[in-house]
Design a protein around this ligand. Sequence first.
Ligand SMILES: Nc1ncnc2c1ncn2[C@@H]1O[C@H](COP(=O)(O)OP(=O)(O)OP(=O)(O)O)[C@@H](O)[C@H]1O
Length: 225
Amino acid sequence: MNDAVFVSNLNHYYGHRQLRQQVLFDINLVIHEGEIVLLTGESGSGKTTLLSLIGALRSITEGNVLVLNRQLYRANEARLVDVRRRVGYIFQSHNLLQFMTALQNVRMSAELLEEPHLGPAIERAHRILDAVGLKSRKDYYPHELSGGQKQRVAIARALVNSPKLILADEPTASLDSKTGREIINLIQLLAHEQGSAVLLVTHDNRIFDIAHRILSMEDGRLYET
Ligand SMILES: Nc1ncnc2c1ncn2[C@@H]1O[C@H](COP(=O)(O)OP(=O)(O)OP(=O)(O)O)[C@@H](O)[C@H]1O
């Protein structure tokens, strides 16, 4: 079995000199292909920092982080960009581009990774929007969509390139519980169909049932629960 994520002896610090503060302590973590791992923990415990390091959005100062078999420690910009293209990100604030329709938001992401085996970007964008239940809303702008619909667009955008790793930071936080559940089921279904690993930060214990494993962070340390 391949590892989607392999982290060993990871430490992370913010600030310099006297203000330098350690926020992650000796993190070790393996996530296998197709595995859904939930990450919980109090505010400020380091969850988002860990996610951003694994997502190649922040540079690693100490430790090994392999994502989809690519080493991020001391990686050059080209490798970081390559990893970012291969990871699907879903955040609480969906970060859709307001001046683009749902279809254009998803299509733009699809065009970043033109791999022949995936098929033409425009077709993929249509297909994934159908899959998330937005067939009749493709030409709507974000301000014309509900919170749940916007989050579905964000999921479509994250998954359009069939990423082998999905990183989600509280994807249901701004949604009511019914919509939140639908969104989680959708992430689970699409991840299963595409064989993707998922690392999902959440405080919502109602969705713990989808996890293969639940981890928690406390003061910058990671624990199996
Ligand atoms: N850019 C930054 N510069 C300095 N300190 C930071 C920065 N980002 C986060 N921190 C600090 O690092 C620690 C971990 O923050 P992080 O955002 O990773 O926690 P979190 O578990 O995701 O919290 P939340 O659940 O509130 O999102 C906190 O003490 C925070 O104040």
